[in-house]
Design a protein around this ligand. Structure first.
Ligand SMILES: O=P(O)(O)OC[C@H]1O[C@H](O)[C@H](O)[C@@H](O)[C@@H]1O
Length: 567
């Protein structure tokens, strides 16, 4: 198929390629000596401060990246997203997660229908339901109020809500509203995850929320049937109506599953799974745990970044700057990975969410029109909160492979601690590392420095840090529901910017289909072997012998009666 315009064929792309040599001659040690450059390489919005001076880039690089953005029609593509154009072309869908957090009076059309009133209709229903639930008026089958929620879902129906829940858990305001309640998640089809999710819970006081955009995902549906059985075996079949609710775009299947349609919360096919945390997928379980007003603050934070992203000039636009720098690192400097390093334990589930958001969005091999990509896209995202990561994989980042790092810090801790007499407060101790690590990466340590420190000759080579390792620092004023929403939206838009520049569709995920269909072939074989004693057929010799080994051993459970976890 002939391609409209491959970004790599543009003068602007070639200009950046020609510029790589100049950057390869620089060292961050020198670049950081230029205070004007450092001041220029910052951006701020509502107290969120981005410092990207430790990127391997100069003013000239940035100028060229902005030109590349023009060549890629970035401004127009952002507008198309906000306008509800069907930019997810392979699925013929709008991409409107921004509508999920838009103020009530906004007009955003998909298929010429304003979707904002529908969004608010569901939010109003969640607000009302969560108030009834939290007040204790919603009672279970035995007349008791429900205080525990298990949210069953996987991928986008799990990772975003888990990230937000984990971040809110230690926010004093949110925590106050969650007193005496539990929110847990069940994602993996591994029965061990079932056991963990219901350990020490009583079905009498538990509400199960089944979250699935399609309501066909194998793992989620089996887990939902398992928890349904857990409820029924303890409380009887009539209990399902009071103990199970659902979030889905497929309300017909929700009803067929046996959940009361009045207790189903809708969303729409113009919300991608991994972009769905601001839909009922996240808003419902989080409102049950923290109350709707806290969740509304989270949505307002995300919405504030939507405004910033749509209207700020690229030079001051945090998601655009981040997206362009990622393109520079991946496609020009050849760095395949990015480490996400939040200096806040509250953000411990941020990297797992970004893994899906980024890698499922931009892990693509073809342009939007199907032409094979002649350059690398996508990034391998991974991360751990600092300082845990420092005592784990930072060795590789300092002296092994070059991995651009995102340092995310918070000025005001959610949980301040200071011990009288200590040099610094506990949060200042944490943040000392946030400020130190980027410079260690950028500057490194030269043999000359080591000599002057009288390091033994035999250790000089081992102790030399080449430095010149890029990072950026994002400093948030605090970490309340509002900033958690802002952080989420910054990364959502950053990832979209990358896809817009590369010319790929960041909103489909055909690559995950093949594994699913092969698993279905294996599932049939396991059943036929276990139940009818049929031989393993139709696989290559490696898979056949692995399957045979698995099937000839004592099974973990016989197939003649229901078995539920014992823990
Ligand atoms: O919400 P569901 O329809 O159950 O989908 C859950 C997940 O399924 C697949 O793995 C998709 O690749 C993900 O994008 C999606 O989030």
């Amino acid at each position: 198929m002939a391609s409209a315009a491959l970004i790599c064929d543009t003068e602007q792309w070639k200009g950046l390629q020609a510029h790589i040599g100049a950057i390869q001659k620089t060292h961050l040690r020198d670049l950081m000596g230029d205070a004007d450059r450092c001041n220029a390489m910052t951006a701020e919005y509502e107290g969120i401060f981005l410092d990207y001076s430790r990127q391997r880039a100069t003013g000239e690089t940035m100028g060229k990246l902005f030109k590349l953005a023009e060549a890629a029609n970035l401004k127009e593509k952002i507008e198309k997203m906000f306008r509800g154009d069907k930019i997810n072309s392979t699925e013929n869908r709008s991409v409107l997660h921004v509508a999920l957090r838009a103020p009530r009076d906004t007009v955003i059309n998909s298929d010429r229908v304003n979707v904002v009133p529908e969004v608010w209709g569901v939010k109003d229903k969640i607000k009302q339901f969560s108030e009834t639930f939290r007040s204790g008026s919603w009672v279970g089958a035995t007349g008791k109020a429900l205080t525990n929620v298990v949210s069953v879902g996987i991928g986008g129906s799990f990772l975003g809500p888990l990230f937000v829940h984990t971040a809110l858990q230690t926010d004093p305001e949110a925590a106050k509203y969650a007193e005496g309640r539990q929110l847990r998640f069940l994602a993996n089809v591994d029965p061990v995850d079932v056991a963990r999710s219901i350990k020490d819970l009583d079905p009498e006081t538990t509400l199960v929320v089944v979250v699935s955009k399609t309501f066909t995902t194998a793992e989620t549906m089996l887990n939902a049937r398992t928890l349904k059985e857990w409820i029924i075996s303890s409380l009887g079949p009539h209990a399902v109506a009071k103990h199970m609710i659902a979030v889905s775009t497929n309300l017909k299947l929700v009803e067929e599953f046996g959940i009361d349609p009045n207790n189903a919360f809708a969303f729409w096919d113009w919300v991608g799974g991994r972009y769905s945390v601001c839909s009922a997928v996240g808003v419902l379980p989080l409102s049950l745990q923290y109350g709707f007003p806290i969740v509304q603050k989270f949505l307002e934070g995300a919405s504030s970044i939507d405004d910033h992203f749509r209207s700020s000039p690229f030079e001051k636009n945090i998601p655009v700057l981040l997206g362009l720098l990622s393109v520079w690192n991946v496609s020009f400097l050849g760095y395949p990975a990015r480490a996400i390093l939040p200096y806040s334990q509250a953000l411990e589930k941020f990297a797992p969410h970004i893994q899906q958001l980024s890698m499922e969005s931009n892990g693509k091999g073809v342009f939007i029109d199907g032409v094979q990509l002649p350059f690398e896209t996508g990034e391998i995202d991974f991360g751990e909160p600092g300082t845990n990561g420092q005592h784990s994989f930072y060795q590789l980042i300092h002296q092994g492979r070059v991995i651009p790092c995102d340092f995310i810090g918070v000025i005001k801790s959610q949980q301040p601690v200071y011990l009288k007499g200590e040099t610094v407060s506990n949060h200042d101790e944490l943040m000392s590392n946030f400020f130190a690590q980027p410079d260690a990466l950028a500057y490194g340590k030269t043999p000359e420095q080591l000599h002057s420190e009288k390091v033994p000759e035999s250790l000089i080579a081992h102790k030399t840090f080449q430095g010149n390792r890029p990072s950026l620092s994002l400093l948030l004023p605090s970490l309340s529901a509002y900033e958690i929403g802002q952080l989420l939206a910054i990364y959502e838009h950053r990832i979209a910017v990358q896809g817009f520049i590369w010319g790929i569709n960041s909103f489909d995920q055909w690559g995950v289909e093949l594994g699913k269909s092969l698993a279905s072939q294996v599932r049939k074989t396991l059943h036929a072997s276990r139940v009818e004693g049929k031989p393993v057929l139709g696989f290559n010799s490696s898979t056949s012998s692995l399957l045979t080994r698995y099937l000839t051993a004592e099974p973990s459970t016989p197939y003649n009666a229901t078995v539920l976890p014992k823990v």
